[in-house]
Design a protein around this ligand. Structure first.
Ligand code: 13P
Length: 249
């Protein structure tokens, strides 16, 4: 059975005191659903965030990492550095990394390999631009993003991968994909995995939706059969809103 997961991507928000205050607020909330809960603070606060959540069911995850094991990559963070501060999951391929930091499918394939080699779990993000959707190319674009970055892997590697479909036009815009649009794409993603790998791989894969998920729309989106959770941006910065979304399952 695949898992339900709700992950909060804090992006470049919250300094150390704000990180500790938000975690304290999160720990006061009541979880009524069985979804796995993750938060992704900025790299510099991962160490503290891990310690502040140690006796909770909140997993602290990273927003990014480099593909190299170590070396002359000024400003970058490696898998072993993350693991050494208690982080076992990393978000890779977020559209903001692709758009502002030129991360390509080829680069992301290398990052995925490094994360898996280091026994980390990957939340792999992808999604089409508005122009792709207007041209009716959304499935082609998403299919290629998945194939190019992941289809060199063996079926067994997918146990450590979570997929996150985030249509770029719905991120931070207040415009959400309709529950039907999300369901259609998630179904297509599952079919793509089924065709390349197996029914088992496709049925076991958790596929999260991201893009303007809010307490008001979470229930309807999570109610779709192929939507297994959410990757939440803005609404994850408020503890009550984040837990309202988690409890929408
Ligand atoms: P918003 O929820 O702010 O639209 O962000 C979604 C996102 O990019 C999560 O990774």
């Amino acid at each position: 059975m695949r898992k339900n997961i709700v992950a909060g991507n804090w992006k470049m928000n919250n300094d150390l005191p704000q990180t500790e205050a938000l975690i304290a607020d999160l720990l006061k909330q009541n979880q009524t659903s069985r979804a796995e809960v993750m938060i992704a603070p900025t790299a510099v606060n991962l160490f503290q965030a891990f310690h502040n959540t140690i006796n909770s069911n909140i997993e602290v995850v990273a927003q990014n990492m480099h593909f190299a094991e170590n070396g002359a990559y000024t400003g970058e963070v490696s898998a072993s550095m993350l693991k050494s501060v208690g982080i076992n999951t990393v978000i890779l391929g977020h559209s903001e990394r692709r758009a502002y930091f030129n991360e390509t499918d080829e680069l992301l394939a290398k990052k995925v390999d490094t994360a898996l080699k280091n026994d980390m779990r990957v939340i792999f993000c992808f999604g089409e631009e508005l122009s792709d959707r207007k041209a009716g190319n959304e499935e082609k674009v998403v299919g290629n993003q998945i194939k190019n970055a992941l289809f060199h892997l063996n079926a067994s590697a997918f146990k450590n991968i979570v997929l996150a479909y985030e249509p770029v036009w719905a991120i931070g815009t207040g415009e959400t994909a309709s529950p039907e649009q999300a369901q259609d794409m998630h179904k297509f993603i599952r079919q793509t995995l089924n065709t390349k790998y197996s029914e088992q791989v496709s049925q076991d894969m958790s596929i999260l939706y991201g893009g303007s998920v809010k307490p008001a729309n979470a229930k309807e989106i999570f109610g779709k059969p192929d939507v297994d959770g959410g990757l939440i941006g803005g609404a994850a910065l408020n503890a009550e809103d984040f837990y309202a979304i988690i409890n929408a399952f």
